[in-house]
Write a protein that binds this ligand. Structure first.
Ligand code: NAI
Length: 258
């Protein structure tokens, strides 16, 4: 059985996804900038915020998986309380970089799952800006080019996840001839360490109000099960799609945090 690569394995949704996959016998290669408390597989410590960090991680994965890999779950992410360059680097270029670097290792039928967010439900309105930014050849030049755009830098998390939705469709099309699927999952508020940052970024009342409305916040388990499904052969006909996993929040509000 070929391994699946999971990023963000040292906390929250990534950690739970790794447990779910390990629980059904999938060999794992985990990537995170922090070492995990426990992890059942090969762990690679890497910083996905730079092209060099992504390349270094991909090289270790290639050495650890000489037969190739069965999938990639891009779960590592940073909230909008981090500097905007970091947010856009990890959430957009980390995802794009790792998919492109690991695609040559992917067997036919492999699957990629990217963590987007339900804050990005209206992503098509930003599609052209996402295309220009997320497909730019040079990461640093792309970041410099948006430095003066307050709409992007002040809402870096939102823009980063709009770009993830864009990249998911774009990469699904790019990899279709190789029979590699690319989908995304868009969670609502999930009880992980990032939630406190979301409260600071989006407003405490809004986030806590969402939890009250839904009866609870999401658990990493709620998201991990859907990521797991998308990685399985049973999801063979699901490609270029996004699955919203938010307890009904976006449906109730029309659009979350809008
Ligand atoms: P978390 O903060 O618990 O875990 C994020 C993980 O990513 C951490 O282990 C962290 O070390 C890793 N990471 C961050 N920057 C990195 C870098 N430069 N290089 C390597 N690893 C790095 O957060 P959570 O909740 O598990 O989030 C997972 C994903 O789900 C993120 O992409 C997040 O944006 C997304 N998401 C989370 C929601 C929530 O309410 N928790 C809602 C919607 C989306």
């Amino acid at each position: 059985q070929l391994p699946i690569v999971v990023t963000g394995v040292s906390s929250g949704i990534g950690a739970r996804t790794a447990e779910v996959l390990a629980g059904r016998g999938v060999p794992l290669i985990g990537i995170d900038r922090n070492a995990p408390e426990s992890f059942d597989g090969t762990f690679v410590q890497a910083d996905l915020s730079t092209a060099a960090g992504v390349a270094a991680a991909a090289a270790v994965v290639a050495a650890a998986a000489p037969q190739g890999i069965a999938g990639l779950a891009n779960i590592a992410g940073v909230p909008g309380t981090a500097p905007w360059r970091t947010v856009l680097s990890v959430n957009v270029f980390g995802v794009r970089g790792l998919v492109r670097a690991l695609a040559p290792l992917m067997a036919e039928g492999a699957a990629v799952v990217n963590l987007a967010s339900n804050v990005a439900v209206q992503w098509r309105a930003a599609k052209d800006r996402c295309a220009q930014f997320a497909l730019a050849e040079d990461q640093d030049a792309a970041l410099d080019a948006v430095a003066g755009d307050a709409e992007i830098t002040a809402e870096s998390y939102l823009f980063s996840k709009q770009c993830v939705r864009f990249l998911t469709e774009h990469l699904a099309a790019e990899l279709l001839p190789r029979r590699i699927r690319v989908n995304s999952v868009s969670p609502g508020p999930v009880a992980t360490p990032i939630l406190e940052d979301f409260k600071q970024d989006h407003g405490r009342d809004k986030v806590e109000g969402a939890g009250k409305l839904l009866g609870r916040f999401g658990e990493p388990e709620d998201i991990a099960r859907v990521v797991d499904f998308l990685l399985r052969p049973e999801a063979a006909w699901v490609n270029g799609s996004d699955i919203r996993v938010d307890g009904g929040l976006a449906a109730y509000r029309g659009s979350v945090f809008a």
